[in-house]
Every structure is written in C-alpha cells, then in structure tokens.
Design a protein around this ligand. Structure first.
Ligand SMILES: NC(=O)c1ccc[n+]([C@@H]2O[C@H](COP(=O)([O-])OP(=O)(O)OC[C@H]3O[C@@H](n4cnc5c(N)ncnc54)[C@H](O)[C@@H]3O)[C@@H](O)[C@H]2O)c1
Length: 441
C-alpha cells in the first residue's frame, strides 16, 4: 500500500482522501482545524456531500483512512502529499495563498524522506515553482522532492462520482518521473491523463472554470434579450444544446454562478492577466453580467410585487446549488440581504443550508419546510433548484400564500402550467407572462 498524506480536509481534501483510500491506498488526512478532525475520528462529516460518509466510514473501518492534526504523523513515510487547502479571494481579486504557504512550510519541516508534493488547490500560474522554493528553503535537511500540479475538477454535490469517474486527470511537473508516479495513482480511474508542465496545468484549471463561467454569463445575456423580445431561453438552450459543437451543459439561465470556485477563479485569472499588462475584457464582461443577476432578480420581485417594504417574501433554497451545504458566494444570501435592505420581511427554507445561513445572516427567519414558508407569503422566490422543490404540491402552496406570486430564479417550473395553477409566475428569460402573452412592449 502506498502512503498518501492529504493536507486540508475540506470539500476537495476529504473527497480526495476518501477516494484514494477507496482505491486501496493508505491515506492520512490532516487539518489544522481540531474540531473538524475530532469529528471525523468519530465519523462526523464536516460537510454535506452525498455518498461521502459511507465511503469515509468504510475505509476508516478497513484501516486505510486516518485523520490527524499532526504534520509529522501524516508526512512521515508518505510517498505523496496532496495539498488541498483553501485559496480564497484576496483583497484585490487575487488568490490568497496564505494557507498554501503555511501548508508547504509545515510539510517541509515534517518531511523525513523523498516526497512528491501534489498541488490540488486551485493556485495562480507559477505557484508550483513558488511552493518548490518554500520547501527548499524551509526543510531542515536537503531531502529530494518534486512538485506536481494536479488541479481538481470535482463538482460539489456529485464529488464522489466525479472522483471515481473524472473526465480527465491533468498533471503538470518539471519532473516527468514524479508526474508519471502521480499518474500511476490515477490509473484505476481509467480517465485520460494529460501530462504537461507545471504552469500549463495550473492554467488549465483557470481556463476551464473561466470557460464554464463564460457559458453561464452568455446564456444569461441571451435570457435578458429573450425577456425583451418575447422568446423562451429554456427552449433556446434546448435548441442550441443539441448542436455537438455547443452541447447542453452550463447553459441554464438563472441567478448566475456562485459558490467557492467560479467567482474567485474568474477574478483571480483576470487579476493575473492585468498584472501582466493584459486587458481581460471577456472575463470582465463575464463578471459584470454575473454580478447583475442578483440585482435583476430583486428588480423582478419589485416589479411584480410593487414596493417591497413590509412584504412577506419566502426564499426557497439558500445554498449556491443543490446537493451541497456550501453557502460561499451563494446568490440567495445576496438576494436575502437586498430584499431585507428594501424593507421586505424575508424568510427562507433550505434542506441543508439553514444552520450555516443563520450564522451568516442572523436576522434571516427560517421556515420548517416549503409549505410553512408559503403560508402568508406575498411572494416566493426560487433561489436553488433542489429536486424537492420541483415536486411541491402547487395547489397547496397557492392556497397557503397570501398572494400567488412566484419568481423562479432557476426556471424549474413551466410558465403555462403555473398560470393554470393560478400563479403570477415570473421565470428568467421566458418572455411571456402568466397568460402566455409576451411581456415585451
Ligand atoms: N470546493 C470545490 O468544489 C472545489 C473544486 C475544485 C477545486 N477546488 C479548490 O480546492 C481548494 C480547496 O477547496 P475546498 O472547497 O476544499 O476548501 P475548504 O475551505 O472546504 O477546505 C480547506 C481546508 O483546509 C484546511 N486548512 C487551511 N490551512 C491549512 C493548513 N495550513 N494545514 C492543514 N489544513 C489547512 C482548512 O481548515 C479547511 O478544512 C481550493 O483551492 C479550491 O479553489 C475546490
């Protein structure tokens, strides 16, 4: 069994640790958050991710997966160290590398034998070289090591599935042998493996996220135009998506992208470009369009409801997307704050996001379920497309509301059906009103 250390037990690190242990490796996962490690030792998951708990339990029971706060314990005897700590947004939009720096320093101090250090965190182009410098200047004795970039592409909500069935593995290193050894670890996953240099691997991650974000902003721009001209963006997307040159993915109009990756990664890429004197005008437009989504949604609620002061508004969904508890840069939180600032009485319901949201917005009232949220509401706003919201008893919802207004930020309902149920329904980019007539002038 190969020993692998994983540094940082968040969404990426925990899935990586569980995944590699499930492939038969001996994995020690480390975090500086003692509570997190204490919980994991007792089988308590620090995050909500479908299938994760079972996988952690199974591999911990088999003795292949352990948790620690000790760098010495994790790194000693390991062949590989995966760094999977956070790289949040810095003050000027750059990626903040303080966690990567401290992880690299701690690894350097703890290493006792040759090591392949694998960077899983999303880091600016050039960071691999910088990490190598940190290791070289911090280690006590001169021990050979190599740095390999192995960017992570998993999606929260289907992270286990994505780990086990990656579309590709990207590896970048100046040391071909080290990259080859990391490739061997990934062979059981039977995905194409792209081996390149460090900087190119780091760039592949940013370019991939920026491209997906661009698709989302593109369809949102089309949605705005659809709204003005009386076309239906959902059908436009279907019609476009069958074209194999386009494909159907990341073309859903709505509240725009959020979460812990796209917003900060697009910003960081633009920052890298600007620092080198380039003008990343497409990325700038992608960000501007995305920033506008939340404002436009609140505007749509205002147009439908009138003055928001004193209006009772229920938000269905808080997390930035379904099947995760991640609230980082979630559009719903921004929308809640804006509605509250306008004097609305806002309540929310989310299947898993409420405890986290209550900490971030203490004044936000929570409901027990979608039906109690609907009771007495002047409007419901769909912020996250959880499956359970697609199955609601809509007649019951309508009867519980004081006014049957639904603003659907995720286009989960059919406008014609909603109008038959008696709702005043507003989707995104669906240029017709409740009577099926275009809403354009
Ligand atoms: N979350 C995603 O969907 C996703 C997908 C692809 C890539 N990424 C990238 O992966 C990286 C990690 O993201 P995440 O969402 O898992 O972050 P996270 O915030 O969920 O987890 C980071 C963990 O690192 C720990 N940590 C911080 N400093 C440490 C240190 N010095 N030593 C040990 N542990 C330390 C934190 O306590 C935390 O548990 C980021 O660069 C992110 O951009 C994330």
């Amino acid at each position: 069994m190969k020993k692998i250390a994983v540094v940082g037990v968040g969404y990426v690190g925990l899935v990586t640790a569980a995944g590699f242990s499930d492939l038969g490796n001996y994995v020690v996962a480390l975090d500086i958050d003692e509570e997190r490690i204490k919980g994991l030792k007792k089988g308590q998951m620090p995050i909500y991710e479908p299938g994760l708990e079972e996988m952690v339990e199974r591999n911990a029971a088999a003795g292949r997966l352990e948790f620690t706060t000790s760098y010495e314990g994790a790194v000693d005897g390991a062949e590989f160290v995966f760094i999977a700590v956070g790289t949040p947004e810095g003050v000027d939009g750059e990626a903040d590398l303080k966690y990567v720096q401290s992880a690299a320093e701690s690894v350097a101090q703890a290493m006792t034998g040759p090591l392949v250090i694998v960077n899983k965190s999303t880091v600016p182009v050039g960071t691999g070289d910088w990490v190598a410098d940190i290791i070289r200047t911090t280690q006590k004795d001169s021990i050979p090591f190599s740095v390999v970039s192995c960017p992570e592409f998993l999606r929260e909500g289907s992270a286990i599935l994505d780990f086990m069935n990656p579309a590709r593995t990207v590896l970048g290193s100046l040391d071909a042998d080290a990259a080859e050894r990391v490739a061997q670890l990934h062979l059981p996953l039977r995905a194409p493996i792209v081996i390149t240099d460090l900087r190119t691997a780091e760039m592949i991650k940013y370019a991939s996220n920026a491209f997906l974000a661009t698709r989302i902003s593109f369809i949102n721009e089309i949605a705005n135009i659809c709204e003005a001209l009386g076309a239906d963006v959902k059908e436009v997307k279907t019609g476009m998506g069958y074209d194999p040159r386009i494909g159907p993915y990341f073309l859903d109009a709505g509240l725009g992208y959020g979460g812990s990756c796209f917003p900060k990664d697009v910003k960081a890429l633009a920052h890298m470009a600007a620092e080198k004197g380039r003008h990343p005008q497409l990325l700038q437009a992608v960000m501007d369009i995305n920033d506008d989504r939340r404002r436009l949604l609140v505007e749509k609620v205002r147009v439908t409801l009138g003055d928001l002061k004193g209006k009772r508004i229920g938000l269905l969904g808080l997390t930035f997307k379904p099947n995760t508890d991640d609230l980082r840069d979630a559009p719903a939180l921004d929308i809640a704050r804006r509605l509250m600032e306008a004097g609305a009485l806002v309540r929310a319901f989310d299947p898993v996001g409420m405890p986290g949201a209550a900490k971030l917005i203490p004044d936000l009232a929570m409901a027990e379920d979608a039906y109690s949220l609907a009771e007495g509401s002047d409007a419901l706003v769909i912020c996250t497309e959880w499956n359970e919201f697609k199955q609601l008893d809509l007649s019951r919802i309508r009867d519980l509301m004081s006014r049957p207004i639904i603003v659907d930020g995720r286009n989960i309902y059919d406008p014609h059906e909603m109008s038959e149920f008696g709702f005043n329904y507003r989707g995104i980019g669906r240029g017709y009103g409740p009577d099926g007539e275009p809403v354009a002038d």
